[in-house]
Design a protein around this ligand. Structure first.
Ligand SMILES: Nc1ncnc2c1ncn2[C@@H]1O[C@H](COP(=O)(O)OP(=O)(O)OP(=O)(O)O)[C@@H](O)[C@H]1O
Ligand SMILES: [Mg+2]
Length: 386
């Protein structure tokens, strides 16, 4: 495409001659006979180069230059001065004119001036592209660093988790060997049961890690909140009954719909409810164990709340619960549950908040926007469990 140039001069014959010369040089020429007209064309077409006479009736070239620069500081403006108008030429340069040429115009000088302007525009463009790619590089490097930090954290936590499991496996092996030595079937059986439990834990841990490693896109759909929450409740009710826990459902009848990845959010909620069951199993401070599953909504969000009257947490534990592999359950937990649940909710543009105190039970509150934010839509997915 041809470069556009705006030519401003009040004398029509000068415009005609210059216009011909500029066309010959390969420009697409726009003409204006005064400052006002020039400004209008400039705002409309935004040509990268302007060639203007200084002395014009009405708005003079310097005023036009100032207005153009205010409109677009990157516009390149070449001034045409009369012979000996050194003062005006200097004033133009002070007002950031790119160059000036004197009348009578020498076409070769004009061509050289324009060539310089084009080079300047090109360099600026290249600089912009270079800066953009540099910014991209910095962003990528930061992301890589984040991944490496997470990876380091994961490896140390995995080793920690595996160490705990190895202790359990050693215990099982000891029982089996000692049972064989004493020909004690009961001890062999006991050791064997420990080994089976430990192998099961290793399996669960490996599956969780694999799920975590495999990034997935969210597959969202609009779902009826009450129906969704009802299905979650149905899944956990038998467990509550088996554990003797009172399970209360407190659902807002006008919950409406929410845009979520059903499988992901379902597993995030199940993780949190299972933790509540564990907490009640361990202790409910002498009261009858109870879990309340609440569903409420505000104008733009839905809230899922899981409140138990189990062990509760001190502030130190509360701070670590979303860290991968943090678990207070020894071999009974991999410590990935809340880490993954948190990722899933973040991916939906939501958040999890926790209130808890030792002996006072815990309350987990998941907040999810009813409409999935655009940024979340584009993002690659976090893991789902199971
Ligand atoms: N409702 C709760 N009451 C008390 N402590 C809790 C509760 N929920 C979570 N925690 C604490 O947070 C820790 C981390 O929970 P998380 O679900 O991530 O792992 P986990 O339950 O130990 O193991 P798993 O990976 O099998 O879920 C738990 O070990 C426990 O200490
Ligand atoms: Mg858990």
């Amino acid at each position: 495409m041809k470069d556009k140039i705006l030519l401003v001069d009040d004398e029509s014959d000068i415009r005609e001659i210059l216009s011909l010369a500029l066309c010959d040089m390969g420009y697409q020429v726009l003409e204006a006979e005064n400052g006002l007209q020039a400004l209008e064309i400039f705002c409309d077409v935004r040509p990268p180069i302007v060639l203007t006479d200084i002395k014009m009736p009405g708005m003079d070239g310097i005023e036009l230059l100032q207005k153009i620069k205010r409109e677009n500081p990157e516009a390149e403006v070449i001034m045409i001065t009369g012979h000996g108008d050194m003062n005006l030429a200097i004033r133009s340069l002070k007002n950031e004119a790119t160059d000036f040429i004197t009348k009578p115009i020498n076409v070769v000088a004009l061509e050289i001036a324009l060539q310089r302007v084009r080079e300047k525009i090109l360099v600026r463009q290249q600089l912009k592209e270079y800066t953009a790619s540099l910014e991209n590089l910095v962003r990528e490097k930061t992301q890589l660093q984040d991944h490496l930090t997470t990876l380091g954290l994961m490896i140390s936590s995995i080793s920690h988790g595996l160490k705990g499991l190895l202790t359990g496996l050693d215990g099982g092996i000891y029982l089996v060997e000692s049972g064989f030595a004493k020909k004690d079937d009961a001890e062999i059986q006991e050791g064997w049961d420990v080994l089976k439990v430990m192998v099961e834990r290793v399996r669960k841990m490996v599956l969780d890690i694999l799920y975590y490693a495999k990034e997935r896109k969210l597959e969202t759909e609009s779902v009826d909140i009450l129906q969704f929450a009802g299905e979650v409740a149905t899944t956990v009710t038998p467990k509550m009954r088996a554990e003797g826990i009172k399970f209360i459902q407190d659902f807002d009848a006008n919950a409406g719909e929410v845009e979520i990845d059903v499988g992901h959010v379902n597993s995030a909620l199940l993780n949190i409810i299972e933790n509540a069951v564990d907490a009640c199993r361990r202790d409910s401070a002498g009261q009858a164990p109870q879990i309340v599953f609440g569903v409420h909504r505000s104008k733009n969000h839905v809230f899922f709340e899981v409140t138990d009257n189990g062990t509760g947490m001190d502030s130190e534990t509360r701070e670590k619960i979303f860290t991968p592999f943090f678990s207070s359950k020894g071999a009974g937990g991999t410590g990935l549950g809340l880490f993954i649940s948190n990722k899933i909710i973040e991916q939906h543009g939501g958040e999890i908040s926790v209130k808890s105190a030792p002996g006072q039970g815990s309350s987990f509150r998941i907040k999810i926007p009813l409409q999935l934010p655009k940024a979340a839509k584009a993002k690659e997915g976090a893991p789902a469990r199971r």
